[in-house]
Design a protein around this ligand. Structure first.
Ligand code: PLP
Length: 417
């Protein structure tokens, strides 16, 4: 039996889940003849009609390119896009709107920063990465090390899926130039102690990038209070559309980094002799952006804020505790990731069965879970397993759905064994 600690700001607020579910048209559909039970929220969350309506409204009423037109539609689209930037700034408590850069998502955001550090690193500089990262917070840094001769060092984790903080502190030195770590692990659900990570890194003069892809659906981070240098988010994991997200960067850092891509929108003056670049945020937003996506990202934050992050966290914690209790009773089932602080993600395997086979049978019953290495192969290597089955719960899931999952797993078990 595992014990979790509720964050002190998690007030036991109940959600009217039956009402909330009505906002999500997709939850009414059937898959393979069964009502859809969507438990793949860590990969992509579902979209409420309030956000879908904003997308339809954009294409129906004011679709136009932004920042460059004098006509009414272009101005309207520009206003709405920039309003969304302000909304995002406010939500994450960034100091300035131009510290929010629209990107295509977390992967794009991390690559932008990794590319920018090429000119700022020297051979022998050290970068620290946590042992529980998504590939998108590993590979861009490995590429950066290849370009610069910098060295990548790993902050280890324990069997519960928690970072070994004593080792982190001893890895830090004046050679450390950058630390990157996820706020929440996609494969294990661990909530990492990012306050401590940021503070300690700053003490040795290192910058910190926190990958917030998994956290933003459950936690409302106060970026100014955290004093983090960079923070990344993908809208599709927080009830928004795919192909859009943000990079938050402190103004001073964003001014230090060179542009990532060249093209329209990111320039001040262009001539064949010399080009100068636009100010923030446009310096990093070359080309026509995902205009509708940016606006819908803002609408997704409105939707989630209306429900309230305290209520979401409290309800999802209840689901996590219930699901863990129920799943733990299945013979041969082992859960990976039992950190004291975790979000509503359960990664598991069943003795003697391949995760892919379990996922396939669950799909036949209309239950969507993810199977495989979850783009976190180093975690699977650590546990010496090929992958896991991952059920990830959102505020629109129910205990009844967890019961159906448990029965589905038992059915898979009896068919496969
Ligand atoms: N980081 C984490 C922790 C993730 O879970 C994911 C996606 O699952 C990513 C980064 C990559 O996000 P995206 O594919 O939206 O760029």
């Amino acid at each position: 039996m595992f014990v979790w600690v509720l964050n002190c700001n998690m007030i036991a607020t109940s959600l009217d889940v039956a009402v909330i579910r009505k906002d999500f048209p997709i939850l009414k559909r059937k898959v393979n003849g069964y009502p859809l039970i969507y438990l793949d929220n860590a990969a992509t969350s579902q979209t409420p009609k309030q956000v879908i309506d904003v997308i339809v409204d954009y294409y129906s009423n004011y679709n136009a390119n932004i920042h460059r037109g004098v006509h009414a539609l272009s101005q309207e689209a520009t206003d709405r896009y920039e309003q969304a930037r302000h909304k995002i700034q406010k939500h994450f408590n960034a100091a300035k709107p131009h510290e929010i850069i629209f990107t295509s998502g977390t992967t794009h955001s991390i690559n932008l920063v990794a590319n920018g550090f090429t000119t700022l690193l020297n051979k022998g500089d050290e970068l620290l990465v946590s042992a529980m990262e998504h590939h998108s917070n590993i590979v861009p840094w490995q590429m950066l090390c290849e370009r610069t001769g910098a060295i990548l060092k790993v902050i280890p984790m324990n069997l519960e899926g928690e970072l070994i903080m004593a080792d982190y502190h001893s890895l830090l030195s004046p050679k450390t130039k950058l630390v990157f770590c996820n706020h929440v692990s996609n494969a294990l659900g661990t909530i990492n102690p990012i306050e401590e990570i940021i503070e300690a890194a700053h003490r040795v003069g290192s910058a910190v990038l926190i990958d917030g892809a998994q956290a933003a659906a459950h936690i409302k981070p106060d970026l100014r209070k955290l004093d983090v240098d960079f923070y990344t988010v993908s809208a599709h994991k927080i009830c928004g559309p795919t192909g859009v997200g943000m990079l938050y960067g402190k103004e001073a850092w964003l001014n230090k980094l060179p542009p990532y891509q060249g093209g329209g929108e990111m320039i001040a003056e262009v001539s064949f002799e010399k080009t100068t670049y636009a100010d923030l945020p446009h310096k990093f937003e070359a080309g026509t952006p995902n205009i509708c996506g940016g606006i819908a990202f803002g609408a997704a934050l409105d939707y989630m804020n209306q429900i309230g992050f305290d209520a979401i966290a409290s309800y999802e914690h209840e689901l996590l505790v219930y699901a863990t209790e129920q799943l733990s009773q299945i013979k041969g089932l082992k859960i990976y990731g039992t950190a004291v602080h975790k979000t509503s993600v359960i990664s598991f395997n069943i003795e003697g069965l391949h995760p892919y086979d379990i996922g396939t049978i669950l799909d036949k019953l209309g239950i969507a879970v993810r199977t495989g290495h979850h783009c976190a192969q180093p975690i699977m290597d650590f546990y010496k397993i090929p992958g896991t089955v991952r059920a990830s719960f959102s505020f629109y899931n129910t205990k009844k759905e967890i019961d159906v999952l448990v029965n589905g797993i038992k059915k898979a078990q009896s068919m496969l064994q």
